[in-house]
Design a protein. Structure first.
Length: 520
């Protein structure tokens, strides 16, 4: 059996680490519960958070995401943890972050002078833009490892936070001598598309008809033939790589009308013949040759396309803390795009009041299953939802064992407002009881924005009165600013005191940027 890194197509320095590393990792993880109990209730408790925003995923899949080497910046929202007066943050990136961007986040801190926060922040860079996981780059640089150790006032109060966890992150935690707040790499396969379907069945959550653990073109064709024979009305299906990211590993297959009435063997042969030519890929410039090769390496699933008018794509985020408590922390309605609407663009919080409590309930059941499997940290589940005469019908389609596009906007809201998620209503409330909503996007992208800098973006925000206001707790918070000049791309979290105001702030932001780019 290969490691979890093998299954995701990743290089790994840890594949031969052996039982000693696993033993040391388990000993470090045993410290998380007492650490969590000691520091979480105390705002002034001393702690160090080492942030490694490594996208330890298949690099071929990631390469299809525009500006992906800037996505490490999405976790800069964790700099807002410096609002806690005795918290230290060590943040490592592949390439240096513009000082303008760092200053931007530090000026968001409520009640903390910039100078005080700066003393507790250590920014480190590998100065390496190659398409490899950041964790691997760090492990290759003993001096960076030593600088991280030196930046921790007390390793006993420190923990590691990553975008996702693989054998690389396990090795990194052991080398640093601190626990990792995230899923054990041995459980990484729980986040595959195949395991997601198994988890949904165990949780008693509806999912589309389909087949998992498929290996190649023959398996895909056999699965599609079986699905078509079981449901002659089936018009299309989705083929997904087990380790696909943000919808980029998906492809749609339309089942032609002349498939009707064929026997199983004949139908399977016809599908196997048609599939390479008729499969429509979400990722730009994808081909069957590369997709098929990646499928053989990564494996995957086929599932029925969920048909319906007014279709929605909600998601639910949950956390299993180091004390073993599982809880839902948010719901969203995702905004999707791409050729067939499967690529993540953004999200609105919370999900529609027509079904957010239903999604929350499903999320609680999924979280409990993952907890029994030993999962730790933040995760999410995505759904496709359609209205019916009896109400909304929800189909679970994916578990994400990583911090995703809906994770960071919610963290921004939480860190800047100090409110709580109300499980009775599915709303987020300030201490005063007032609700807050947001509209967030990772993909505000136009060719006209290319050449603008992070400084231009901040100027535009201030000139147009869009800057986040700590007194009203409304306004816009930017991310992915480093991708703006080269790719014309950035992200926003637009916070309002009602859903319409949040969307209005988003529209004003786009209008302001369009004016700014026209002037430029």
């Amino acid at each position: 059996m290969g490691s979890a890194s093998d299954k995701l197509g990743l290089p790994s320095l840890s594949d031969t680490a052996g039982e000693e590393e696993v033993r040391r990792f388990e000993a470090l993880q045993a410290r998380l519960g007492p650490l969590f109990e000691r520091i979480m209730p105390e705002r002034t408790a001393s702690r160090t958070v080492v942030v490694v925003p490594s996208y330890s995923m298949d690099q071929d899949v990631l390469a299809k995401v525009s500006g992906v080497h800037h996505y490490e910046e999405r976790m800069l929202c964790l700099l807002i943890l410096l609002r806690l007066p005795r918290t230290h943050v060590v943040f490592i990136t592949s390439q240096p972050i513009d000082e303008v961007i760092i200053d931007y986040y530090l000026h968001l801190l409520p009640g903390i002078p910039n100078h005080h926060a700066r003393k507790r922040l250590t920014m480190l860079s590998c100065c390496d833009g190659s398409p490899r996981p950041l964790s691997q780059k760090i492990l290759e640089r003993p001096r960076i490892l030593e600088r991280i150790r030196q930046a921790m006032p007390d390793p006993e109060d420190a923990h590691l936070v990553c975008f996702n966890t693989t054998a690389l992150e396990r090795t990194l935690a052991v080398r640093l001598g601190i626990p990792l707040f995230g899923a054990d790499p041995a459980l990484a396969n729980l986040g595959s598309k195949s395991s997601s379907r198994e988890i949904f069945r165990e949780a008693g959550v509806d999912l589309p008809a389909g087949h998992e653990n498929l290996r190649d073109l023959g398996d895909i064709s056999a699965a599609l033939a079986e699905m078509k024979l079981a449901d002659p009305a089936l018009k299309r299906a989705v083929v997904k790589l087990n380790g696909g990211f943000s919808g980029e590993g998906n492809a749609v297959f339309d089942l032609p009308g002349d498939y009707q009435g064929r026997g199983e063997a004949d139908l399977r042969r016809r599908i196997e013949q048609d599939l390479p030519a008729l499969l429509r890929f979400e990722a730009a410039h994808e081909t069957w040759e590369s997709f098929g090769a990646k499928f053989a390496e990564m494996k995957g699933i086929v599932e029925a396309w969920v048909e319906g008018e007014n279709k929605r794509s909600p998601s639910v985020q949950f956390r299993v803390d180091p004390l073993g408590q599982a809880s839902v922390i948010s719901t969203h309605d995702q905004v999707l795009g791409g050729p067939s609407g499967q690529i993540y663009l953004g999200a609105s919080f919370p999900a529609s009041d027509a079904y957010r409590l239903d999604i929350q309930s499903a999320g609680e059941r999924i979280a409990e299953v993952l907890k029994t499997r030993g999962l730790l940290g933040l995760s999410a589940a995505d759904f496709v939802s359609v209205p019916t005469a009896e109400g909304w019908k929800h189909y679970a389609i994916e578990v994400n064992l990583r911090k995703g596009g809906t994770t960071f906007p919610f963290l921004v809201l939480q860190f800047l407002t100090d409110g709580i998620y109300d499980h009775e209503t599915g709303l987020y409330r300030l201490k005063s009881g007032e609700p807050r909503y947001y509209y967030a996007s990772d993909n505000l992208q136009k060719p006209a924005y290319q050449g603008l800098t992070a400084e231009d973006l901040i100027d535009c925000m201030i000139y147009n009165g869009l800057h986040f206001d700590a007194t009203t707790r409304t306004g816009v918070v930017f991310h992915l600013m480093g991708a703006l000049s080269e790719f014309g791309k950035f992200g926003v979290t637009c916070i309002g005191d009602d859903p319409q105001k949040a969307k209005s702030i988003y529209r004003r932001t786009i209008a302001a940027m369009d004016r700014e780019s026209a002037v430029a």
